[in-house]
Design a protein around this ligand. Sequence first.
Ligand code: ZN
Length: 506
Amino acid sequence: MDAQLQEKWKELKARWQEIYDLTGVSALLNWDQTTYMPPAGATVRSRQLALLERLAHERRTDPAIGRLLDELQPWVESGDASAHDAALHREMRKRYDRATRIPASFAAAFAEHVSNSYTAWAEARPRNDFAAVRPYLMKTLDLSRQMADFFPGYAHVADPLIDMADGGMTVATIRPLFESLRQALAPLVAAIAERPQIDNRFLHRRYPRQQQLAFGEKIAAAFGYDFTRGRQDETHHPFMTKFSHDDVRITTRVDESDLGNALFSTMHETGHALYEMGIDSAYASTALDNGASAGVHESQSRLWENIIGRSRVFWSHYYPSLRATFPEQLADVEMESFYRAVNRVTPSLIRTEADEVTYDLHVIIRFGLELDLLEDKLSVDDLPEAWHARYQENLGVCAPDDRDGVLQDVHWYAGTIGGSFQGYTLGNIMASQFYGAALAALPQIEVEIGEGRFDTLHTWLRENIYRHGARYTADELLRRVTGQPLTIEPYLGYLRSKYSDLYGAL
Ligand code: ZN
């Protein structure tokens, strides 16, 4: 690489680092807004965030970046660039193209619409007032189709929207997979509903906040969360956020009358954080310094939360310590009863509170509705009824209103229709595939979990998944790590075996 090219590569990376830092500052302001900011700070905070977004957008779409990418293209194609540099160049190219294809005027109009739509939803949901959000939703649907049209050549109108979150995934791959999963899960849910219900009432005794937080942080640290590079704070809707390579935060929500709430949300967000913390430090502050896709990210949160955190072997080690933390509340509860309680299956109305077996049905219902809306098979007017019908059909439950129906999730009111739900279920499917590969390579992992040790598993995940950051697509990563494309069999096998053990042969 000659000196002139070297200068250009340096300049491109320096420009990208500014975008990375602006994004990190926005994340910091968002984190503060949802944790500690006094309510009166809200108005100016919105202005500050809008300003940062504008500055970041200007930098992301600066023609100088396009010019530098072009000038460096021959170097990448010549094979002289290292694999790392080639991947970095490809990722910057992808994001630059994506940012510049959407005209600034459209991006601004969409952002303004979404902000109004969100406000309308936040007011309409408590009032159970679908009519109030209906015109917003119709416009969102229209804008979502327009958004897709900036990426011509797609096979399905949802493909470009899905690609933004789960790069490389398409309706053609996801739809048949989700349909097979739905057909396998529905009878499983029905069979469980016939069995005696598991008693979980003791989870709703009074569990003081401080002890809950301390216990959750103990688990996070044991999983490998590095408190010198992060911290946990309280919020309403838990999330993980990253300000920089070495500042990756988690948030949780404590309900003193629900022991599972903070405990499993902490494990979930820790899984997201371990991924970000485990990215190769050589990628720090670059376009590769984040996870591969929404689905791969969710595979890590669900792996730590469910496959590990809701396993019998995990609680065989940690239950005595949980009981010592809450000696009165859990005095009459044996480990096995606790294990059963945190894995209780009940068809319910709310996605975020759903157990492992019913969870994906909530997601698949939403994914199907999105596609039907985008394909014009379903009108916004008929959406509330279609929602109820699909819940009845798939879960055997029906919300009494739209509040817990079509108004339940923020996604359609704060972004596009299309692209925002599939990652949750893709994550569950991939989690089983990844964990299967880890166990095949290192069978001692499960023995170690029973001893409260997670370093072998954590190291394997870091080596095989985390360190690569955004270098591979989800599909490339799956094939590299497991030798397989996306497949639901390992996930179904996991669910069938775990829940047959809990509920009797299914
Ligand atoms: Zn998550």
